[in-house]
Ligand binder design. Structure first.
Ligand SMILES: Cc1cc2nc3c(=O)[nH]c(=O)nc-3n(C[C@H](O)[C@H](O)[C@H](O)COP(=O)(O)O)c2cc1C
Length: 348
């Protein structure tokens, strides 16, 4: 069946119900569904790991780490689960996810609903790891010390994944984005670096950044990233801005906007960071990817790896195969011998 037909049915469902049906479906089906071998040109080495393709699942889809094994089988090159907090929490009151169909966008104000560290850790420990896994961590809403929450999550998860993503950019946990300010960021990164050193952990730390920041902020964040020798950046999370050109009637819902409407802003942020950190700090580009060309734009802007969420909602799982195929064609068309060669060519 054509995904457009399935999607017109899904669009009638409550977005959260549709999401939990998708998770149940993935949990219960046997995959390999799409056992295709990736084109060699899509291969990339980052932080000593070989990714067979750069397309990853963005945080928020598999919040409780229930289906990431199936995600690998769908053809993704890697998956990021979470955001996971130390204690389980419900998140904000419903409704809290809105599909802006005319804009191919989503606004969400979920507020990190998740089953909490202990349960999710056991789940990850009992699954055989057959792909590259990132774990995205954050603080509980009512936490006494948000930094302690990040540290607690790092301690518990660092040896179960390929990288830890420190999420300071969700707009749905009040004041979380204050970690984009110099003093707060420095304190957070120094505490996480301390625990990493104490544990003698080799797991790279990625920092996930908001698209709603200015140039001074970018310079300051880059300084800290380099000073604390972070593993990488995830650019970007959802936006609380960019509402003016939206068509859908839910455009003024409070929350973070994702999808094609944030693509250009996210690309610009990637370019600005890449100009400063160059190839010293790998960038995972995320925001509005739903085609080969949108993936290619982010690579050329400076991303070595990519992620998507909203594109998957609107175009379905077959989009992964299409993106990989188109991206390989675009790289060859422009004479690149590898994905790595194309990284950042529009930002140099
Ligand atoms: C419903 C929904 C829930 C999300 N939850 C999280 C989350 O828990 N943690 C996080 O770091 N990002 C979360 N995100 C942000 C995505 O990971 C991604 O950064 C953003 O949606 C932009 O990518 P996209 O345009 O491909 O969706 C969420 C996004 C959506 C749409």
């Amino acid at each position: 069946m054509n995904y457009q037909i399935i999607n017109s049915f899904i669009n009638k469902l409550d977005p959260e119900l549709a999401h939990s049906l998708a998770i149940q479906f993935l949990k219960n089906i046997y995959i390999p569904l799409f056992p295709s071998k990736d084109d060699e040109i899509l291969k990339i080495n980052i932080l000593g790991k070989e990714f067979s393709n750069p397309i990853g699942l963005a945080a928020g889809f598999d919040k409780n780490a229930e289906v990431y094994d199936k995600i690998f089988a769908l053809g993704f090159g890697f998956a990021e689960v979470g955001t996971i907090t130390p204690r389980p929490q419900e998140g904000n009151p419903k409704p809290r996810v809105f599909r802006l169909i005319e804009d191919k966008a989503i606004i969400n104000r979920l507020g990190f609903p998740n089953q909490g560290l202990t349960k999710i850790k056991t789940r990850i420990e009992t699954k055989k790891l057959e792909g590259i896994l990132g774990i995205n961590i954050g603080p509980n809403k009512d936490s006494v010390s948000r930094i302690d929450d990040y540290v607690e999550c790092f301690k518990n998860f660092h040896n179960l994944c390929s990288y830890i993503c420190v999420n300071i950019s969700s707009p749905n946990t009040e004041n979380l984005r204050n970690f984009h300010q110099q003093e707060n960021l420095k304190k957070l990164l120094s505490e996480i670096s301390n625990i990493k050193n104490t544990l003698n952990s080799k797991t790279p730390i990625f920092l996930k950044i908001s698209p709603d920041i200015d140039d001074d902020n970018i310079v300051m964040i880059c300084k800290n990233i380099l000073e604390f020798n972070l593993g990488g950046l995830v650019l970007t999370n959802t936006s609380i801005k960019l509402r003016d050109n939206l068509l859908s009637k839910q455009k003024d819902e409070i929350g973070g906007l994702s999808g094609t409407s944030i693509k250009e802003t996210s690309n610009l942020i990637i370019k600005k960071f890449f100009k400063i950190v160059k190839r010293k700090v790998p960038i995972i580009g995320v925001g509005g990817i739903d085609s080969g060309i949108s993936a290619y734009e982010k690579i050329r802007a400076g991303a070595s790896l990519l992620q998507l969420y909203t594109g998957l909602v609107y175009k379905g799982p077959f989009v992964i195969r299409a993106i990989k195929q188109e991206l390989a064609e675009l790289l060859k068309r422009d004479g690149f011998a590898s994905l790595q060669e194309a990284v950042g060519v529009d930002s140099e």
